[in-house]
Design a protein around this ligand. Structure first.
Ligand code: NAP
Length: 253
């Protein structure tokens, strides 16, 4: 019997990367899964890949009407949510403070902060007693690095939301926790760099990362399975870091 047998799980940002790997893991553990993304083509591809126990819905978490439509569909098909993985997030363009525009800043906050907040708020009527809510933050929420101030601060807000939601929703029997991935191989490096640069970056990662490699999305999905399942019944308001030790060690000395 799977660790999520019979549970209904909604995964925002479930059409690629960490969210898609988690959808596969949740299905393997016996859950029925709803994956959500903005791009209809990716939504259709995810549906084809995940099969009949999965539902794929196009919705932008930054758009409250689209969140309402998403949850209306979940209510019609499943009547409840046992696991909510609020994972949709965007890095935004890496920009120094003096080059940041209000549009670029707002786009990052609209998905990462506002989107995460209302993904949870609008799910409340459907969350079952004993439900698990998992928010995706990032180890970037806790250190300073140039050119990522909007993204890093948005993920600090998500970490804070996990703590506040945990305190508030436990009264309804709902557990809230956060996952904090480190660099994860979801194609982000290939998307941002040329093939020559990718080689250089990968070599650098080998020498600087404690495990000499990025995480695979499946390794983050395994953490999500733990937090989604009753195995984590005494874990509440936690930020579970899965970064191969990066934020625990220092390479400064
Ligand atoms: N990869 C890493 O190294 C890393 C490290 C730390 C934290 N994270 C966090 O992990 C989460 C997943 O990242 P990933 O690397 O798996 O990225 P990814 O492969 O780019 O996947 C992002 C997913 O989120 C969806 N999405 C983005 N904005 C959305 C919105 N406004 N509404 C609905 N869906 C939206 C995307 O769908 P569309 O493409 O259709 O928009 C896609 O399904 C993010 O929150 C990210 O910040 C990633």
């Amino acid at each position: 019997m799977g660790r999520l047998q019979g549970k209904v799980a909604v995964i925002t940002g479930g059409t690629s990367g960490i969210g898609l790997a988690t959808a596969k893991a949740f299905l393997r553990e016996g859950a029925r899964v709803v994956v959500v993304g903005r791009d209809q083509k990716k939504v259709d591809q995810a549906k084809d890949l995940l099969g009949e126990r999965a539902v794929a819905v196009r919705a932008d978490v930054a758009n409250l009407d689209e969140l309402d439509a998403l949850y209306a569909r979940v209510r019609d098909e499943f009547q409840r949510i046992d696991v909510l993985f609020a994972n949709a997030g965007i890095p935004g363009a890496p920009l120094p403070v003096d080059k940041m525009t209000s549009e670029a800043f707002d786009a990052v906050y609209a998905t990462n902060v506002r989107g995460t907040f209302f993904t949870v708020q609008k799910a409340l009527p459907l969350l079952a007693t004993g439900a698990s809510v998992i928010l995706t933050t990032s180890i970037a929420n806790d250190f300073g690095r140039a050119n990522v101030s909007a993204y890093a601060s948005s993920k600090a807000a998500v970490r804070s939301l996990a703590q506040s939601f945990a305190a508030e929703l436990i009264g309804r029997g709902v557990r809230v926790n956060a996952i904090s991935p480190g660099g994860t191989d979801t194609g982000i490096i290939a998307k941002r760099f040329s093939p020559e640069q990718v080689k250089v970056v990968m070599e650098r990662l080998k020498t600087t990362l404690p495990l000499k490699r990025l995480a695979q999305p499946e390794e983050i999905a395994n953490v999500a399975v733990f937090l989604a399942s009753d195995e984590s019944s005494y874990v509440l308001g936690a930020e579970l870091v899965a970064d191969g030790g990066v934020s625990r060690f220092t390479s400064v000395f």
